[in-house]
Design a protein around this ligand. Structure first.
Ligand code: ATP
Ligand code: MG
Length: 244
């Protein structure tokens, strides 16, 4: 289980996460919605141990990200894909994918490469293993980014607006991969502005507003008039997103 308990995070005087509680159980897909600046990326960065918490606790399968001796184990369990494709530019798609399994997990190189190729094939990039990031489209790069995270066999896949830098066609390519992962039972914490997609693939949807989790509901209830929509801020957010 991934557990966020009463987490507070401030940058100087600005409180960015204000007592957030959230759990993600194995097999669940949980989407995080919220307007720009509400703290979504900061929450993902806290789960990764990239930000120090001011208060509260985050554990990934009981490994506490705030404890130096637990952090490596916690990180191994949560693979992350960010908005901007942060692939190493001097390495091919396959090298980007096999680097961490070989260096961190000490997997034999040939084995890691065979798995890397299989992952690439599963996202429709079987023939691009030897391409460098600059030779790939944005959507292809992001699919490599997803393979790179999956190569570590994480228990939890964290996705922070992985399609927001992509055009509609590339967005569709990447969402198709994520839908397949969801169907296959991959546990996901999914920060997105793709409301309809979130509705289709999520077990639960949570809404973050100024650092507080206002709503945490099963996906269908989130969109129900007596569910999430009963919260004025959620109603406002959804109507604005649907107009844009
Ligand atoms: N390193 C930092 N130093 C100071 N303030 C920061 C830092 N990182 C984030 N913030 C502030 O924290 C708030 C939340 O930022 P965050 O990136 O988590 O929002 P978000 O919900 O991911 O927004 P978006 O939808 O635009 O990606 C913002 O006001 C932002 O300016
Ligand atoms: Mg963000």
């Amino acid at each position: 289980m991934l557990k966020v308990e009463n987490v507070k995070k401030a940058f100087g005087d600005v409180i960015v996460l204000d007592g957030v509680n959230l759990t993600v159980s194995p097999g669940e897909v949980v989407s995080i919605l919220g307007s720009s600046g509400s703290g979504k990326s900061t929450l993902i960065r806290c789960i990764n141990g990239l930000e120090k918490l001011n208060d509260g606790r985050i554990t990934v399968d009981d490994f506490d990200v705030s404890k130096p001796r637990d952090l490596a184990e916690a990180r191994k369990r949560s693979g992350t894909v960010f908005q901007l494709f942060n692939l190493y530019p001097h390495m091919t798609a396959l090298q980007n994918i096999t680097l961490a399994p070989v260096e961190v997990l000490k997997r034999p190189k040939a084995e890691a490469e065979a798995e890397g190729r299989a992952l690439l094939a599963s996202v429709g990039l079987g023939d691009r293993a030897d391409a460098y990031p600059s030779q790939l489209s944005g959507g292809q790069r992001q699919r490599v980014g997803i393979c790179r995270a999956l190569a570590m066999k994480p228990r939890y896949l964290l996705l922070d607006e992985v399609t927001s830098a992509l055009d509609p066609e590339m967005t569709a390519e990447v969402l198709a991969i994520l839908a397949k992962l969801a169907t296959d039972g991959t546990t996901m914490l999914f920060v997105t502005h793709e409301i309809e997609f979130a509705r289709q693939i999520s077990d639960r949807i949570v809404f973050l507003e100024k650092g507080k989790l206002l709503v945490d509901l099963p996906a269908e209830q989130f969109f129900a008039p007596d569910g999430g929509l009963a919260q004025p801020r959620v109603a406002q957010f959804l109507s604005k997103m649907r107009k844009d």
